[in-house]
Design a protein around this ligand. Structure first.
Ligand SMILES: [Zn+2]
Length: 296
């Protein structure tokens, strides 16, 4: 896909003003998405693909439109699954399983279990049509003297951290980005965490990064999530551990399907079963490279 043919716009306005309530829909009445872990090649039409690339990393694809979120990261510490360099290179070259080249690479925040400046630069170098979106805190790791020289820096879009929704569009891909503060603000109040609402082939997918329910409520409202149909919510597992979390999920997001991420390798079978029982529409990402297919 030649992105520079398309208009790429960043709005610094809250898009909620453009929304009406006419699309209001109770997602509990729309049912769950169809979910499979394998499909025949000929059946991938109208299917959303999701590959797990470690920790909160997901690569999403519909037709040839591909977006990766928190997917390019390196070893950080023991409790975090990360992709080997060979997988990163395949993803960047568009050679990973049945996935094509990535149009947008999004990062929620700068922590090493979500972001690698080295890989972000490698991705930007891979094509003139590679775009990175993230907080301005990523800038110093992505936009170096060398990248400035060859204008790669113009393909890094910083998201203003101002509680407003910021929109990035290309043909077939719509992304809204918004401040969604990092969990444990006492310790991480200087870390800017961005939530992303991605629309790919008509599927709405939300990725919240490292956050908590109390910090998610306001950005979800600004994004008007409850008046859109949210197909997939990609959440850190700690938002799902308690019985009260099922009402939080429904109150704030009401997704058709939940993807649990940030799961440590030693996550107990008991915890896994609890999550499965609490949420009938959940997928736990635990095996690096696993691919899931969703259809309506
Ligand atoms: Zn973090």
């Amino acid at each position: 896909m030649r992105l520079n043919k398309y208009i790429l716009i960043i709005y610094s306005i809250c898009l909620i003003a453009c929304q009406t309530n006419t699309s209001k829909q109770d997602s509990s009445s729309t049912g769950y998405l169809k979910h499979q872990t394998a499909v025949l090649d000929s059946d991938t039409k109208n299917t959303l693909k999701l590959a797990y690339t470690g920790n909160m990393g997901v690569c999403l694809e519909y037709d040839d439109k591909t977006v990766i979120i928190d997917g390019l990261h390196e070893y950080y510490d023991k409790p975090y699954v990360y992709p080997p360099e060979s997988m990163v290179n395949q993803l960047i070259k568009g050679e990973f399983k049945n996935f094509s080249k990535i149009e947008f690479c999004l990062f929620t925040h700068l922590h090493g279990d979500h972001f690698s400046g080295r890989y972000a630069k490698r991705y930007l170098e891979s094509s003139d049509e590679a775009y990175v979106i993230g907080s301005s805190q990523l800038m110093k790791d992505v936009v170096t003297l060398r990248t400035k020289l060859d204008s790669m820096s113009s393909r890094f879009f910083p998201v203003p951290y101002n509680k407003k929704a910021h929109s990035f569009n290309a043909t077939g891909i719509k992304i809204e980005a918004i401040q969604c503060d990092h969990t444990n603000p006492q310790r991480h109040n200087k870390t800017q965490n961005i939530a992303y609402l991605v629309n790919l082939g008509g599927y709405n997918i939300l990725h919240v990064g490292d956050t908590d329910w109390s910090l998610t409520r306001e950005p979800a409202k600004t994004l008007d999530i409850k008046n859109k149909t949210l197909d997939i919510a990609i959440l850190p597992y700690w938002l799902l551990l308690d019985d009260s979390d099922s009402s939080q999920v429904n109150d704030i997001l009401a997704p058709k399907h939940i993807i649990a991420t940030h799961i440590p390798p030693d996550f107990s079978k008991r915890n896994q079963n609890e999550l499965q029982e609490r949420f009938p529409n959940i997928t736990l990402l635990m095996d690096l490279g696993e691919v899931h297919y969703f259809s309506k």
